[in-house]
Design a protein around this ligand. Sequence first.
Ligand SMILES: Cc1cc2nc3c(=O)[nH]c(=O)nc-3n(C[C@H](O)[C@H](O)[C@H](O)COP(=O)(O)OP(=O)(O)OC[C@H]3O[C@@H](n4cnc5c(N)ncnc54)[C@H](O)[C@@H]3O)c2cc1C
Length: 817
Amino acid sequence: MPDLPSHARVVIIGGGAVGVSSLYHLAKAGWTDCLLLEKNELTSGSTWHAAGNVPTFSSSWSLMNMQRYSAELYRGLAKAVDYPMNYHVTGSLRLAHNRERMREFERAKGMGRYQGMAIEVVGPHDIKPRYPFIETHDLAGALYDPNDGDIDPAQLTQALAKGARDMGARIERFCPVTAVRRERDEWLIVTPKGEVRCEYVVNAAGYRAAEVGRLFGREVPMMVMSHQYILFDEIPELAAWTKEVGHKLPLLRDVDTSYYLRQEKNGMNLGPYERNCRAHWATAGDPMPEDFSFQLFPDDLDRLETYMEDAMRRVPLLATAGLSKVINGPIPYAPDGNPLIGPMPGVPNAFEACVFTFGIAQAGGAGKVLAEWVTEGATEWDMWSCDPRRFTAFASDKTYCVAKGMEVYGHEYAIHFPRHAWPAGRNRKLSPIHDRIAALGAQFNAYNGWERATWFAQPGDDTSEEATQTFDRDGPWQRRIREECLAVRDAAGILDLPGFSRFRLQGEGAREWLSKQITGVVPKPGRIGLGYFADDKGRIVTEMSIMSIGEDFFFLITAAVAQAHDFEWLMKSFPQGTAMSLTDATETFTCQILSGPKSRDILAEVCDGDLSAPWLTHQPCRIAGRWLQLVRVSFAGELGWELHTKVDDTAIVFDAVWEAGRKHGLKPFGMFALDSLRLEKAYRAWKGELSTDYSILQAGLERFVKWDKPEFRGKAALLAEKQQGVKKRFALMTLDNPGPCDAPYMSTVWSGGQIVGETLSGGWGHRVDKSIALGMVRSDLAEPGSKVEIEIFGERFAVTVHGDAPLWDPENSRLKS
Ligand SMILES: Cc1cc2nc3c(=O)[nH]c(=O)nc-3n(C[C@H](O)[C@H](O)[C@H](O)COP(=O)(O)OP(=O)(O)OC[C@H]3O[C@@H](n4cnc5c(N)ncnc54)[C@H](O)[C@@H]3O)c2cc1C
């Protein structure tokens, strides 16, 4: 083997399943001049000891997509690269102990069907025929996933490595990366064997990703858990059964109890995600060793005892087997449990493919996604759920990461309910009026770390976590959300909205530059408007409110969670060496929403601004002697203003408005009410309707496209799409006879026995008293009056399509009043 090459187009740091899959997919994309550097031997991190389960199930559309792709890839991989390996597609049974779990399964079945997978949901009596050794008396049913299975993680990695090498990519083992340098638009990767110059670099260092991240000055938001599985001796009865039927048992997951149980040869493998879990290397007194290759933590069976007992009650055969071995290894967690795949925040030409908790099941899909990021700068599927930029600086704090990681691990199989707020790692960023809002009964959730009110409870309302464990629309919150929405309709509501991301764009040429970035018109000074940013394929990258302060002076305002993503998107095409500047001003300003027909009367008492200024204008003015920018817009779809103040002035302005408003019926309202109000107006939400899965035209945003502009990003693709005809369109739909639940994200839309679209958000509209779903449907069905069906948790509901116009105040007369 020749020496370390001096140059490669891409260097991948880390040779686990994910790093090697990334190399394989880069080579497959034609980028064969790529080099993987591994500190020790391939698989020596988490990969070698992984149990190798390859589920396709997920309640997230994008993760399911990634896992489905992996399973499909693995099925053909041995043959494709000529490397035999053990991959058993056994199917799996996921047990449900209650109705809500069955609903979760029905939803996953619907998503799976849409992705071409024949997932089944079965009753308790259909479980035993598939798994004869199980006790089912206390079960509500199960999900059967025929694609689930297990693979040998080391063989998988070696197969991918062979495939990559055969295409010309290189792997250098026992070659730790010890430093990196940026020199003339290139990376210099330093190792004991020499230096490699490259264009792009990928951090695929698994549980060591934080250490590698620091070489780039990046604090990767992650922590490390200890995770165990127990291997049991051969069970003669199981051996006899397997011999008789000629196959293994399906993998069993008792998700409500929190473990999986898999047949391993003729024994069993039990892997719990225990509540009383343990973080590793989480404190200064417990540092990560310099080298932990091919090593394990000591067994810690006490933590697993209750799960073993439960599994032995569920599958009594297990109690007859001796325990043969315990595997206890490191597994990394990001604060939301999803991996990091995509651009490394703030670092040019650097990417992340790390912090995988299910890195064997996801390696295939992750490699595809990573390779697309590197080679095309964009991915086929919207992968926001895994984008490293979903976390901003606050999330790298170690105590936060440990608290969140332990929470996610301990609830690895938990159902994610729409009204539930996870309690760990909270109160990281508080509005100056947080206590005032809390005193009014606010229930909170975190948005990019910022605590915002979701709904306002009254004395006696059940605000327990248990109450939120349902997909039902009804719950203690529903009456209050309705009161809040009706207050906004009939009088006025106020919502403190800390953390709106805000960028200041200033300097000669700013207007011209901005015009090339958005599809539509840049508002004139004194006005505000929505700007849509498309990628080269015409897909929606983001939406920002553009507040034009002067000819070449703007504030660009975007979702709280979009802060890092959107700033980076702008910076990528921001020219250097000009008179223009672009800075993040998020921490300096804040916003309160005042909306409702009485909002003018309220402001008239406290504000010196011109309250007759029309919709979509803004002006500086004063309340209680404090400066604010008074912006005449309303995401709630009523007469209203946003009060943009300095953060320090939040309390003074709030108090003045609150005091003046009470006699006008002013009420506080929360994010849940705002969501209901925006659904009635068909306003699209960031990464709900506004995602790269859809083009600007599909999203029904053509009125924001100025075709006669000489140049804007995505123009050619959008023109081509317009000429060819838009195949799928945004539509607001209402359920004719709604059931107990509104349509969750990615429910399938049916017509004539065919899937014709999907929902993106759903909820109850209190002003129109309807269950509303926003979604995408085949273009011929997107017209008002069309009749379709939406499948909600396995049940189909008749639906009327209303096109893309608002259901509430379609003429916007209330907004403009
Ligand atoms: C007990 C247990 C059971 C598991 N079971 C499953 C399962 O059934 N299914 C599943 O999907 N997942 C499972 N996992 C999780 C799975 O093991 C990981 O998600 C997966 O292995 C991650 O792969 P990776 O390539 O991202 O990281 P790793 O396998 O950890 O690879 C990272 C590599 O980077 C190298 N590296 C680090 N620093 C440097 C450096 N400076 N220079 C060069 N190289 C460096 C390391 O040596 C290592 O080889 C399990 C984990 C545990 C602990």
